[in-house]
Design a protein around this ligand. Structure first.
Ligand code: PLP
Length: 391
């Protein structure tokens, strides 16, 4: 007799994990022995700065951290992120009421939908956009309305093009600048418009600022929370994953509106009891210790960007350079879909790129490349693609 496991409906509603599929394809190709260059994912390639690692090593000896941490994390970590925001963006945050500690930004993004959405509600999501927004909305049993991001509008959504029904049913919207996958950045005017739109229609704004530290050509990306009124209507998600090469450490924050922060903390009270104390201490070192590693990291990505775009230009693949994030959003040649082009590059050049359609229907026509390998390897990518004679 076989025992029957029936998954809950909410599991069945989950979208396919796009990146899991991409990794499987890349691994399958690598297992055939080829020298695969993987630019398809968003996993930082550099190590965490040594002062942060050292701090964890010392903190691991502290018996205080061997016990359960406080449910909502240590106050020193919340104070540290508030201090960082004040220094970098001039934003005042109450560490106690306006900061929630998260197991990485991804967790918070999924939790927020559980805090705010009921079946029948609508969540406005960018298209193309980061697929984890969809996961949270699906778990909440709510509906999505896609906001197209197009090159013609600098990859910013146009609120006037949403229908009255979408606006009436919408309770939440996700924005993400510097943007994954398009690498676009936001302007103060756009955020002002966003606050006004959110206020007028009672829609909570979730600004995903995962790439907040990475802006090029001397331009620091702006935080949504710098916008007057932003804290009234929303929260920002901030993570140490990209700014400090700490993707494996799983440290993120939700910041802003105290009611929403309380909801996130409430749901987390039922699921976790905060991060390991030693990680919280090392994360504090990241946030308020020396920041030159962040500047060096941004300079590294900028040099890689310039090297790659020069090499792509030389093979005839023309595109605008990204202004932030560590991604490149490149139009594909005619005759391909983004999926067939990505497959072609994998099979013919051993290069992994992410097909734009994996980020939504409006991602069709593009592929995303991450600047997550050395300048030499990026030149090699361009050389291999150049040999295919596509451009
Ligand atoms: N948001 C965006 C747009 C991302 O690209 C990522 C990671 O790739 C995240 C959020 C999640 O970051 P983490 O969970 O590592 O904090």
């Amino acid at each position: 007799m076989s025992f029957n496991i029936t998954p809950a409906k909410r599991i069945q509603m989950l979208p396919e994990q796009f990146f899991a599929k991409l990794v499987a394809k890349a691994n399958a190709r690598a297992s055939t022995g080829g020298d695969v260059i993987n630019l398809g994912q968003g996993n930082p390639d550099q190590p965490t700065p040594s002062n942060i690692v050292e701090r964890l090593k010392q903190a691991a000896d502290n018996p205080l951290y061997h016990k359960y941490p406080p449910f909502r994390g240590f106050p020193f970590l919340k104070q540290a992120v508030a201090q960082r925001y004040k220094a970098d963006y001039g934003v005042d945050l109450d560490p106690d009421k306006e900061v929630a500690i998260l197991f990485g930004g991804k967790t918070g993004l999924v939790e927020l939908s559980q805090c705010l959405l009921n079946p029948g509600d609508v969540c406005l999501v960018p298209d193309p956009g980061y697929p984890d927004y969809w996961s949270g909305v699906a778990l909440a049993g709510a509906d999505m309305a896609f906001m197209p991001l197009t090159a013609e509008n600098d990859f910013l959504p146009i609120y006037d093009s949403l229908t009255p029904d979408q606006i009436n049913r919408a309770k939440l919207m996700f924005l993400n600048y510097p943007n994954n996958p398009t690498a676009a950045t936001a302007t103060p005017e756009f955020y002002k418009k966003t606050v006004a739109f959110a206020e007028r229609n009672g829609i909570v704004v979730a600004s995903d600022f995962a790439y907040g530290a990475i802006g090029f050509d001397g331009k620091r990306p702006i935080s949504f929370l710098e916008t007057p009124g932003a804290k009234e209507v929303g929260v920002e998600f901030y993570t140490l994953s990209k700014s400090y090469n700490m993707a494996g450490w799983r440290v993120g924050f939700a910041l802003g509106n105290s009611q929403i922060i309380e909801l996130i903390n409430q749901i987390q009270d039922h699921i976790y009891c905060s991060l390991f104390g030693g990680i919280q201490e090392a994360a504090t070192e990241a946030l308020i210790g020396p920041q030159h590693s962040v500047q060096q990291l941004v300079a590294t990505y900028e040099r890689r960007r310039d090297v790659l775009y020069k090499a792509l230009d030389e093979i005839g693949w023309k595109a605008d350079k990204p202004s932030g994030s560590f991604f490149c959003w490149l139009p594909i040649p005619v005759g391909y879909t983004s999926m067939s082009f990505a497959d072609y590059l994998l099979e013919q050049a051993d290069v992994v790129v992410a097909p734009g359609s994996g980020f939504g229907a409006n991602g069709e026509g593009y592929v995303r490349l991450g600047l997550l390998t050395s300048e030499e390897r990026l030149k090699e990518v361009a050389a291999r693609i150049g040999r295919l004679g596509l451009f």
